[in-house]
Design a protein around this ligand. Structure first.
Ligand code: ANZ
Ligand code: ZN
Length: 870
């Protein structure tokens, strides 16, 4: 019988158990159970037309193992699944084929779901959600409106990243090395009206919150770097032009105010306002204009690349005044200065900033040393001139009253002095920008706002009416809050833009015939005249809808909340369910989301926390990233390389359990590992062996009356192996070391091949079941023939180990010479004869007896003694 089953495929058993589990709702999480809760989440997939890829299951299997383990440990575990279904590919497919994105997305979801089900994941499908379901995106729209209401959404007319191929604006996070993250086309800058979300308001909290999260350090670091906090000083340089009335100030941001006595010029970004403001005073305007138009063509990446030569043009006729010593210095425009960072201008200190040094050498500016190194200092030529910038700290020199201070103290004192003269102040800058939230595409959530001329006029009139000099932002804000009763903060910030009423959500995405992005900066929705024309929710006047849609990331910003209460029609999530299930205890997915999804979701979550919709300030307590599954050639799997492995075929050939165990066994969870057809065979043999061990035992046991005292008696060593394996597997599961957990299961199975008993067979199955749930369930039922189908191994308790039986096992070996005890050594159990001989020969005791003697025979008793006959 065993022979016949050798090539067996586990598939039919797997289908059987999947049906039984589903019928019995084994994996449905119940709200409010008195057990400790644990919420496990996988990053939900985008249901692409290609279907599941072998890379997807890697994280899903891991979470499924943890789910099953925790369930057996008595937790109330939630493990849901859903679909991140808005996005470009469906829309592009629609453009090509004319099939509605909604239709193909539904088809893809169906296919994905079938594939996931074939792998036997313990998802609570009763909680399935999809971001394109109007009942779902109603709440995505609701959150946007709340942000609008609180003044966190605003319309800005600024240059943004534009992908000429996707024909849409992009967020900064979606641009990787100057290219569109989706299609790899070089992005260009385009000035456009865009809805922006004020993520920067949350900069400090997004940074601080990271400290308490159990996330991989590299991901935390990426978020920190992306947010890019920089502490320094803002200092004002006033300008001096031909016309005295044209006095202006240039604000620069510097982290090294201690070097201000070494400033030899100010460089402003080509888009700096001062250039056009002082145009009439610039004597070399033609030259300047030429430079500006060239700079405009470059991307930000090109402009800021460190290796590139820095260029600039002097704004002749204008000077700036160094506030600390009154020196008149030239003003330049240079494209290595970013317009949107700090004040869009820098003070040039060639002696202490390498970039400035290069700039000074190129344009023949002077170099003034103002910091003296406490150690070696920069390299110099024979005349004592420095050959590079000294960027380190030191003692201030040539710095007036501030000379002799240490850099840090110098920064402090200079900032204090500048503040007292209103010439500068302490300043914190963040590198990241507000989130560009409009997309000129069809397949996304409609933005639930309308533009009403009538309301716009009303708001403008109101603002004008009490405009006694409300220029200061603070006054304006307080004036805003007084008017909150009539218009929301968002409506006041964006005159004419009126929010839909909550009862009118969802604003359903209408069907269109032409999905093609227009390229004009308008979404295809703009072509549906009937939909665009509407009435203002506030005053009833004729108005028009916003036609841009939300970005692909919107729906995934809050989906983890909805699983806890997926059918709630009145709220995004009920307070009680939120309290019970949130936050997510374990989140697993790809590291590529570090500054996209994972940052956006934390931002939305913090906002929801502020408005009382959630009770905990962070969404994901613990995060782990899976490594990629590569092709057999060690390269990333791709259609063009022809190295893609289709999970369906693997399941068909081997069954789901083999795929599951293999993907966990292939290597460390976080590492990128190539697929190996050979190793998967090894895993198949392992599971076959388990089956054989259990079934043979089961048969002989039932013949003898199974379940009685253990064969092998009180075999001490097997008992130890058992306890050690339980400990190892338990700890490895919790530490995401699935590969080593499986190795120890393999060793355990090996020892059961030599000798076995009912207790160990049970333990083997209980430890194996999170990894190979179908096989374990089947075999469990074989050895417990009285069990009903509905009684699952997953309702059993996880085995426990006795600590003292897991200690590293050492035995004492007696060393005899001619049968007489001469020494003892302690060594690990199972040590080989050769090892013990080696130890014995090193013992001075033994050496004494063996000196100049011929050993004629060695008697060895495993783990007991060695006897040298001489
Ligand atoms: C003078 C100086 C002297 C600087 C020195 C450095 C060393 P992070 O850490 O990135 O904030 N900077 C300021 N605004 C800029 C802009 N819009 N575009 C390009 N560069 C800009 O670095 C801040 C430093 O970057 C600032 O400090 C400024 O150069 C430059 F010995 O000011 B420093
Ligand atoms: Zn109106």
């Amino acid at each position: 019988m065993a022979k016949k089953q050798k090539q067996s495929n586990f598939l039919s058993t797997e289908k059987k158990w999947q049906k039984i589990w589903e019928k019995n709702k084994l994996y449905q999480a119940k709200d409010f159970l008195k057990k400790p809760k644990y919420y496990i989440l996988d990053m939900f997939p985008y249901p692409s037309g290609e279907g599941l890829h072998v890379g997807h299951p890697r994280s899903y299997i891991a979470t499924d193992i943890i789910y099953r383990y925790l369930k057996m440990r008595g937790y109330n575990v939630l493990q849901p699944m859903g679909w991140d279904a808005f996005g470009l590919p469906a829309e592009n497919y629609a453009i090509k084929t004319g099939v509605q994105p909604a239709v193909i997305t539904k088809r893809n979801i169906k296919h994905f779901k079938k594939q996931l089900k074939s792998l036997g994941f313990a998802y609570d499908w009763s909680r399935e959600i999809s971001t394109i379901d109007p009942e779902y995106y109603k709440w995505t729209q609701w959150i946007f409106l709340k942000m609008f209401e609180h003044g966190l959404a605003y319309l800005a007319d600024t240059p943004i990243n534009w992908c000429p191929s996707c024909k849409t604006g992009l967020a900064n996070e979606e641009v990787i090395s100057g290219k569109c993250d989706r299609c790899k086309t070089e992005v260009i800058r385009k000035k456009m009206k865009q809805w922006m979300l004020k993520i920067t308001v949350y900069a400090e909290r997004l940074l601080k919150g990271l400290n308490d999260l159990d996330w991989p350090e590299p991901i935390k670091l990426m978020q920190r770097n992306w947010i890019g906090k920089s502490e320094g000083t803002e200092v004002k340089f006033s300008t001096l032009g031909a016309v005295p009335a044209g006095r202006q100030t240039i604000s620069v941001f510097t982290t090294r105010i201690d070097t201000i006595f070494g400033v030899v010029a100010v460089v402003v970004a080509p888009e700096h306002k001062i250039i056009s403001d002082l145009k009439s005073q610039i004597s070399n305007w033609t030259e300047v204009e030429k430079y500006l138009s060239e700079a405009e063509k470059k991307s930000e990446l090109e402009r800021t690349e460190l290796q590139k030569e820095k260029t600039g043009v002097e704004l002749k006729g204008i000077k700036a005044i160094n506030p600390v010593n009154g020196e008149k210095i030239p003003v330049w425009a240079g494209d290595y200065v970013i317009g949107s960072y700090g004040g869009g201008a820098v003070m040039v200190v060639p002696a202490h900033d390498q970039r400035d040094y290069d700039f000074a050498i190129k344009y023949n500016l002077s170099i003034k040393e103002v910091i003296k190194s406490l150690n070696q200092g920069p390299e110099r030529d024979e005349k004592g001139k420095i050959l590079e910038a000294y960027e380190g700290e030191g003692v201030l020199i040539n710095s007036g009253n501030f000379s002799d201070l240490l850099s840090e103290k110098g920064r402090e004192e200079l900032t204090k002095w500048l503040s007292s003269k209103s010439l500068g102040k302490k300043m914190v800058n963040y590198k990241f920008r507000d989130w560009v939230f409009s997309r000129q595409r069809y397949w996304g959530e409609p933005i639930p706002l309308v533009f009403c001329e009538h309301c716009a006029a009303q708001i403008e009139a109101q603002i004008n009416a009490d405009k006694e000099q409300i220029n200061a932002d603070s006054q304006r804000q307080s004036a805003f809050s007084q008017r909150q009763s009539a218009f929301s903060r968002g409506e006041l910030l964006n005159p004419g833009w009126i929010a839909l009423k909550e009862k009118d959500l969802p604003l359903v995405l209408p069907k269109v015939k032409a999905y093609k992005p227009t390229g004009t900066g308008e979404s295809p929705l703009a072509n549906i005249k009937k939909w665009v024309k509407t009435r203002c929710p506030k005053c009833g006047a004729k108005s028009r809808r916003e036609t841009n849609t939300m970005p692909q990331w919107a729906g995934s910003c809050w989906y983890y909340l909805r699983y806890a209460d997926p059918k709630n029609k009145k709220e995004l999530i009920s307070k009680k369910k939120e309290k019970y299930w949130q936050p997510v205890d374990l989140y697993v997915g790809g590291a590529e989301h570090a500054v996209l999804h994972l940052l956006y979701a934390r931002f939305w979550h913090k906002f929801l926390y502020d408005i009382g919709a959630v009770s905990f300030p962070e969404p994901f307590l613990k995060l782990r990233n899976q490594g990629m599954v590569l092709g057999e050639d060690g390269e990333k799997m791709s259609k063009s390389r022809g190295n893609v492995i289709n999970p369906d075929e693997i399941v068909k050939k081997y069954g789901a359990d083999v795929l599951r165990v293999y993907e966990m066994f292939m290597g460390p969870f976080e590492g990128a590992i190539p697929w190996s057809a050979k190793s998967i065979e090894g895993v198949r043999r392992f599971l076959e062996r388990v089956k054989k061990i259990v079934i043979e035992r089961g048969l002989s046991a039932s013949a003898k009356g199974y379940g009685g005292s253990t064969e092998g008696g009180k075999n001490n060593s097997l008992e130890r192996i058992r306890h050690r394996t339980i400990k190892k597997v338990t700890e490895d599961i919790l530490n995401f070391k699935f590969n080593t957990a499986i190795s120890s299961l393999m060793e355990y199975a090996n020892s059961l091949e030599r000798e076995k008993n009912s207790k160990d067979l049970e333990v083997l199955l209980l430890l194996l079941c999170p990894f190979a749930p179908h096989l374990a369930e089947e075999l469990w039922h074989r050895i417990h023939s009285k069990l009903k189908e509905s009684q699952s191994i997953f309702e059993e308790k996880w085995p426990v180990y006795r600590g003292e039986l897991t200690k590293s096992e050492e035995v004492e070996i007696i060393i005899q010479v001619n049968g007489k005890l001469r020494d003892k050594i302690t060594i690990k159990r199972g040590a080989l004869k050769e090892e013990i001989e080696k130890c014995a020969f090193q013992s001075p005791q033994i050496q004494k007896f063996l000196e100049n003697k011929q050993i004629t025979k060695t008697i060895f008793v495993q783990d007991r003694l060695i006897n040298f006959v001489i």
